[in-house]
Design a protein around this ligand. Structure first.
Ligand SMILES: C[S@@+](CC[C@H](N)C(=O)[O-])C[C@H]1O[C@@H](n2cnc3c(N)ncnc32)[C@H](O)[C@@H]1O
Length: 235
């Protein structure tokens, strides 16, 4: 559970060298190196674990024990976050038993479930139900920066690049980072993908870093975030 102690100088100096970088490694390796309460907010979307692996060119979207994997990563995120952890996840035909089990096992830590509705989702085949929303599981006490912030948001979904079709919509990242973090807060994304969280955090003046296991995706993300990244990383 997110604990309420104050940050220490040790934590700040430990995390400083990690900032403004995407670490090309398994996020469990990055997380293991992070002290307790060393980032302000985690915002992330883990792989869906779709057995037919139709979302990525470079990543194999099949994990033997998806439930244990998610449970471990979320547990670690709760340990390293001072304030909130947001986990964007879609329950689908392949993973729904594990996703619902995760909601159950973390029921005491969950403070809200936001619904991200897609206005133009890809239609399901035949009479199957079209999947038109995703969850954002929210952990930690929630205090928005403005009033009338709903736990429901709607965006369109655009056609995705062939090499990575599971990219987060920028408006969704913007909704959470602008409403639940402040200037200079540290935002961490353990499943960085093409870098949407980091890019939006950078634009909003937050400190950030991420982990991504696929080298090709790290390179695309770095290009997307832009040159100011290299300036910041080297100072
Ligand atoms: C749903 S995508 C994240 C998309 C990201 N939010 C974006 O906007 O591009 C999940 C990403 O997690 C990466 N990934 C999978 N397992 C990982 C692990 N153990 N550690 C770090 N990254 C991992 C995949 O390569 C994939 O790019």
């Amino acid at each position: 559970m997110i604990n309420q102690e104050n940050n220490s100088g040790r934590v700040a100096s430990y995390v400083a060298p990690l900032l403004y970088k995407i670490h090309n490694e398994d996020c469990r390796t990055t997380l293991a190196k992070l002290p307790d309460r060393s980032v302000d907010v985690v915002f992330t979307s883990p792989p869906y674990n779709r057995e037919r692996n139709d979302k990525y060119e470079h990543y194999d979207d099949r994990i033997n024990n998806y439930y244990e994997f998610l449970k471990t990563v979320i547990g670690e995120c709760l340990r390293v976050a001072k304030r909130n952890v947001f986990v964007n996840i879609m329950a689908n035909y392949y993973n729904r038993a594990d996703v619902y089990k995760i909601i159950g096992v973390y029921s005491e830590n969950l403070t809200n479930i936001f619904i991200w509705e897609k206005s133009n989702p890809l239609p399901a085949q035949g009479n199957n139900i079209t999947n038109a929303y995703e969850f954002i599981l929210a952990f930690g006490e929630l205090r928005a920066n403005t009033t009338y912030i709903k736990n429901h948001l709607t965006t369109s979904v655009a056609l995705m690049e062939k090499e990575h079709k599971a990219v987060m919509h920028e408006d969704v990242a913007n909704y959470f980072i602008s409403n639940f973090t402040n200037n200079d807060d540290i935002v961490y994304d353990p499943f960085c993908g093409l870098g949407t969280t980091c890019m939006v955090a950078d634009r909003l003046g937050r400190a950030w870093f991420g982990s991504e296991i696929v080298e090709e995706y790290c390179s695309v993300a770095l290009r997307k975030i832009g040159n100011d990244l290299f300036t910041k990383a080297s100072t």
